[in-house]
Design a protein around this ligand. Structure first.
Ligand code: SF4
Length: 289
């Protein structure tokens, strides 16, 4: 496979074929994100993608899922996405599920009918980076979205019948907006009703704009206790929508996973025990992005 730059994929795509059809992120302005900062956005040529499909046809016959990289593949034109999905179906008929990252802007650029059309051609799952349901926090990190636009994007994906995995980022509001961030993120998630919620914990990259703000004292990252209180508040605010819940990313101070609403009380109790010191948390040096 002919990969360019860092290939970033969700943890749940660890066993998937990774077919890179774009390079980087077309937005690339979020101040906390260093994923593609060194990379200009590009759409890979049909020839290169076709060659990778031929490689996968020969060497990836046991992988039933495929993830389309990079950052926001949904930004591709409908024509190009249809072409890619049809070629996956033709060349890799054993692949049953195709997933991609789609940001809210890309979702907005697609009509409901277009999303349904992609689903009909094999697209199964969209990973949406909500990060926060708090407009103030989204502004702070230049996400370019609001509570409402994020909710609209998430709902549209669900209306299209696609599996929706939403990522939220603990600590993104800093110490000052910690509570507001948790409460309004829970509100947004309740309105969206995703199939899966993945909570990551912010690790500030020194070379990012947010890192520069942190260095100047303008942004104060919550400490581990405040991160746990934020997580507790977020989970407490989630209503009874059924979904998978993961807060077991390598960045987490307290790896947690379960199904909501079934495991809500257990998750909350575990956090309370960690805050009280009776459940160990992950040491700072073990955390990773
Ligand atoms: S967080 Fe997502 S949308 Fe923002 S710059 Fe990073 S990859 Fe792009």
């Amino acid at each position: 496979m002919q990969y360019i730059g860092n290939i970033i994929r969700p943890p749940s795509e660890a066993d998937s074929i990774i077919l890179q059809v774009t390079v980087g992120c077309s937005y690339n302005k979020c101040t906390f994100c260093g994923a593609y900062k060194e990379q200009s956005f590009a759409i890979k040529s049909e020839q290169v993608v076709d060659e990778d499909l031929q490689f996968a046809r020969s060497y990836c016959r046991n992988q039933k899922r495929l993830f389309l990289a990079d950052g926001d593949v949904l930004i591709l034109s409908q024509r190009r996405l249809i072409e890619i999905l049809l070629k996956i179906r033709k060349n890799l008929p054993w692949v049953t599920k195709v997933s991609l990252y789609g940001n809210a802007r890309a979702v907005r650029n697609k009509s409901l009918t277009q999303l349904q059309e992609l689903k009909g051609l094999g697209l199964d799952r969209i990973y949406l980076g909500l990060e926060s349901g708090c407009t103030e926090v989204l502004d702070l990190v230049q996400k370019g979205e609001t509570h409402e636009t994020m909710v609209d994007a998430g709902r549209k994906i669900r209306q299209a019948g696609l599996f929706l995995s939403v990522t939220a980022l603990l600590g993104l509001g800093g110490s000052v907006l910690s509570e507001k961030h948790a409460k309004e993120t829970a509100e947004a998630l309740n309105k969206i009703g995703p199939n899966q919620i993945a909570v990551l914990t912010l690790m500030v990259l020194q070379n990012s704009p947010l890192g520069q703000r942190a260095a100047s004292g303008d942004f104060i990252l919550p400490d581990s206790q405040q991160m746990l209180r934020e997580l507790h508040l977020l989970i407490s605010g989630l209503n009874s929508n059924r979904c998978q819940f993961h807060a077991n990313h390598a960045s987490s101070y307290l790896p947690l996973a379960g199904r909501l609403p079934r495991d809500k009380d257990v998750l909350l109790r575990t956090i309370e025990n960690a805050l009280a010191g009776s459940v160990p948390t992950v040491p700072e040096s073990w955390r990773a992005l």
